[in-house]
Design a protein around this ligand. Structure first.
Ligand SMILES: NC(=O)c1ccc[n+]([C@@H]2O[C@H](COP(=O)([O-])OP(=O)(O)OC[C@H]3O[C@@H](n4cnc5c(N)ncnc54)[C@H](O)[C@@H]3O)[C@@H](O)[C@H]2O)c1
Length: 317
């Protein structure tokens, strides 16, 4: 299939494009490079464009005879979203509306949307199922929830089958180490830990008095290539099903302190950890109930220990 990958020059988009190519598809990366890297859009054609431009999207859909869209493009910094909420709603929500309009005009029938566990807000149960209340704690999470609601209303009317995948924390890089997680600024915990492990820098640990076993935040880490595979499976499923709304997580909670120990074990040295107060908007515990995921994607997810071990063995610039 010819698959338009919005945000294809970003972290998860480039990894998914790589897997799509390996599986015989043609990924067309569509990205405005606001937070991506042109050299990562290397697994198929690259279109420089903004998702808020229905016209640019339409031209790409028709020009490349696109069969399906995987929609990663978004602004995705929680803290920034609290300072620039209007930018988040404009980029993420208006961009998704423009995409639906372009798909309607072009007659493109399948869409996989990157949603997030941020739609849930604070967990009211030890693990979070798809029907958990949606109380996003920040404009980023709210923009993702609004996108889901818009897609849910519009897609059936314009003849689009869709999947909304709510990822938990995504980690790791492709087995060949060609591309990797690279955000500027980097706010994600594992790349920051690896950075501290590779240099003399300290690691900033935010929050040591959460209501969790060791006081640090607990998250559910999913390997990026496993997540990429879930997207390809979702594309298959929605060929015959109008919608699929699912968490993508391993269903295992790991605390930041446990993650620090995993990195120390992998690199064979003790890290210098500097403790800071809890960041506003950081929930204590986000762990997926993945029983629904297992009904459509029963996959042996890579262990976090192996992800960390692989990261420690890669040389990155
Ligand atoms: N990384 C995670 O742990 C995680 C967890 C849950 C959900 N998500 C979602 O997954 C998606 C991808 O995340 P990521 O970590 O790869 O982020 P990323 O920032 O690396 O990638 C996003 C890409 O979208 C592009 N982009 C942003 N706005 C655009 C626009 N208006 N037009 C065209 N391109 C635009 C950026 O340039 C970037 O290349 C996002 O939608 C994010 O909300 C990520």
């Amino acid at each position: 299939m010819n698959i338009l990958v919005t945000g294809g020059a970003g972290y998860i988009g480039s990894h998914t494009a790589k897997l799509l190519k390996q599986e015989g598809h043609v990924p067309i990366a569509f990205d405005n490079l606001s937070n991506g890297w042109a050299e990562w859009a290397r697994f198929g054609p690259f279109v420089f464009g903004d998702i808020r431009s229905e016209e640019s999207l339409y031209r790409a859909l028709v020009g490349f005879k696109v069969d399906a869209v995987i929609h990663f493009a978004a602004k995705a910094y929680v803290e920034e979203s609290t300072r620039l909420p209007e930018e988040y709603f404009d980029n993420n929500v208006s961009g998704s509306i423009a995409l639906l309009k372009a798909m309607k005009r072009a007659g493109t029938r399948r869409l996989v949307f990157s949603s997030s566990c941020a739609v849930y807000g604070d967990a009211q149960t030890p693990t979070i199922g798809e029907d958990h209340p949606k109380n996003p704690k920040n404009p980023y999470g709210l923009s993702k929830w609004q996108c889901e609601q818009v897609i849910n209303e519009v897609a059936p009317v314009v003849g689009v089958h869709f999947a909304a995948l709510r990822y938990f924390n995504v980690v790791g890089n492709d087995p060949e180490g060609e591309i990797y997680e690279r955000h500027e600024p980097e706010t994600h915990v594992l790349p920051n830990l690896m950075q501290a492990a590779r240099s003399a820098a300290s690691f900033s640990l935010f929050g040591t008095d959460h209501d969790t076993e060791d006081g640090t935040a607990v998250r559910d880490y999913v390997y990026v290539m496993d997540l990429a595979r879930a997207h390809i499976r979702a594309l298959d499923i929605i060929e015959s099903r109008p919608k699929l709304i699912s968490n993508v997580g391993k269903g295992e909670g790991v605390s930041v302190r446990e993650l620090v120990h995993l990195v120390e074990e992998a690199v064979g040295k003790k890290l210098q950890v500097v403790e800071h107060p809890i960041r506003p908007g950081d929930p204590p515990r986000l762990v997926a109930d993945n029983s629904y995921l297992k009904t459509w994607f029963n996959y042996d997810f890579k262990s976090l220990r192996d992800v960390v071990k692989d990261l420690a063995s890669f040389k990155m610039e």
